[in-house]
Design a protein around this ligand. Structure first.
Ligand SMILES: C[S@@+](CC[C@H](N)C(=O)[O-])C[C@H]1O[C@@H](n2cnc3c(N)ncnc32)[C@H](O)[C@@H]1O
Length: 248
């Protein structure tokens, strides 16, 4: 696997400043660590959190589940859980479903410029820890006796059609595409399209990104870029979204 800073495209200066901060984490006693996490939040990280907050507000009156395609360590899955706890603590139908191989990229194509098989892999068995983390987090919000998240391990090209076949009642209110590469993005767009409704939100992390052209090409193939209004917020740079209209 390539160095994570190469994959994220961060500069050496950013990396060394992040490293300085990471070295200070141990200074805080365990019982004070979580409360003080904002001490380590950079504007870039905070803006990403704020972006998802704005997206969540858009779906509050829109029925359906939230899906994340490519969860890696799972921070955004947990963010969605916390936002649900804040904005609609009694909406037990707002399930949050995350898909990942947890082994990084499977098959890369010529469209996926810098990507290699295995990039973005996490540690072995991590999905079990993520399950535990999300279960623990769920306890901080009401209705914690009802499990409202699901982590689905495997190649999304196989797992998503299987999930949808077994859950034909699915309506998707928000879907976050963060698979980075062409083939799984293409297949997941094709599979999820029939489950989107007027006003569903699709979020993309790598559109118009020269390092990961595959995501844009996949979106063009399935929806046609000319048919979409691809929006952004002034607080973030790369991440974009579409409010689905006239979906056919
Ligand atoms: C950039 S990471 C996702 C980061 C995460 N969304 C976040 O914001 O922290 C991309 C993820 O897509 C996953 N992925 C790529 N191809 C996949 C496939 N065919 N099936 C399932 N997951 C895949 C990788 O394993 C990796 O964890």
């Amino acid at each position: 696997m390539k160095n994570i800073s190469d994959l994220r495209g961060t500069t050496q200066e950013e990396n060394s400043n992040e490293e300085k901060l990471v070295k200070k984490i141990d200074l805080l006693p365990n019982e004070e660590l979580l409360y003080n996490l904002p001490l380590f939040l950079s504007p870039k990280l905070l803006s990403r959190i704020l972006f998802f907050n704005e997206m969540y507000k858009k779906i509050i009156n829109h029925h359906g589940v939230i899906m994340e395609f490519g969860v890696r360590w799972g921070p955004i899955l947990n963010l969605f859980q916390s936002l649900r706890g804040i904005y609609e603590p009694f909406n037990r139908h707002r399930k949050i479903i995350g898909f990942d191989t947890f082994e990084g990229f499977t098959e890369v194509t010529d469209y996926d410029k810098i990507s290699k098989k295995g990039d973005f892999a996490v540690t072995e068995g991590y999905e079990e820890h993520l399950e535990e983390i999300l279960s623990t987090q769920e306890k901080f919000s009401p209705l914690d006796h009802i499990k409202k998240f699901e982590i689905i391990k495997g190649d999304i090209i196989e797992t998503l059609p299987k999930y949808l076949e077994e859950n034909k009642h699915t309506i998707v209110s928000l879907v976050f595409f963060d698979l980075d590469i062409y083939k799984p993005t293409l297949e997941s767009l094709k599979n999820i399209k029939p489950y989107l409704t007027e006003g569903s939100i699709m979020i993309f992390d790598e559109l118009c990104d020269d390092k990961f052209p595959g995501e844009t090409m996949a979106l063009d193939e399935v929806f046609g870029l000319n048919n979409l209004e691809i929006k952004r917020l002034p607080i973030t740079s790369r991440i974009s979204y579409v409010e689905v209209k006239n979906v056919k």
